[in-house]
Design a protein around this ligand. Sequence first.
Ligand code: NI
Length: 390
Amino acid sequence: MPIINRLAEMQDEITAWRRDFHEHPEILYETHRTSAKVAEILNEIGVDEVITGVGRTGVVGIIKGRNGGAGKSIALRADIDALPMTEETGKEYASKIDGAMHACGHDGHTAMLLGAAKYLAETRNFDGTVVLIFQPAEEGGAGAKAMMDDGLFTRWHVDEIYGLHNLPGISIGEFATRPGPLLASTDEFTITIKGLGGHAAYPHHTIDPIVVGSQIVSAIQSIASRNVAPLESVVVSVTVFKAGTAHNIIPDTAQLSGTIRSLTSDVRKQAAERLKQIVEGICAANGASVDFNFMDGYPPTKNHAAQAEFATKIAEEVTGNDTKVNPDLQPSMGGEDFAYYLEEKPGAFLFIGNGDSAGLHHPEYDFNDEAIPYGCSLFIKLVETSLSST
Ligand code: NI
């Protein structure tokens, strides 16, 4: 059976929620209005429990099945935060908040999960429990980890977890996922090279941190080409190189920052170790000292094979056509804090088509409301099939 008919009746209401979130974007953990609105809707639609303030501004909703909630429990997650950028869509429901915008479609994810919750609370056509997770700070704040650190999986029993993210370039009504690594780790580094400044006319009296930094930028290219195995994936990019003030001064210091991304924990570890060795080696060879600062980002997002296969089957039911579901999407070197959930619980993360829209994080991006019935149906059928008593 394809998308659920009842959702056609709910489309206007879910769209109105989505556009309300869109008009009032909030960043990182500052999702106070959004979280309050989510809790208000969850209470209105009659879920059994609504818990706010989980991992600072996260919200959890509980829906118990017709058997009172005993047995298996499925968690469904939506991210609720926006991005610090200025919207240029010109839509009538465009952001009313200066410097904040729902440019990653988390407004749509939140609305779709609320729509699914409304249907599930109304129909209760399952045995077990649904744990609804509305999570802040996906965009760089590790909100998933904050909710877990606040007892997400100890306060509520969760057997499996699923999440959805829209993807421009995939048609409306289509899905894509894959078993195993889907998205990359997102570690960051900052390297402060301390040389010896001086007059540009007398470089032999200096230790030029720009020359040292340039050697580092070139040398770390060999991590991808000569250290990590050719069939593995890694990104090592210097994205900031700051040094100097004038054409005739060799500066004292230079600062490089960047990102390392990989799809497995082995490559992640190997690339980080090589980076440190190369940086320290080059600085030592040049007589410079260095502060090497490495910051762990999100782990790789790795789907569990059985749950990815199950979710693919459900997506095929929702689309009514297995050609509209890509079960072997090429992994992306983008990152997602859903990774933390998948380190603890079996589950899968899927992409849902957003059609031919501007790209994610672009000022003209907008979530496509036509995706709503597909996303809601996927969440609902994941629950009704997985928590079926027959
Ligand atoms: Ni996103």
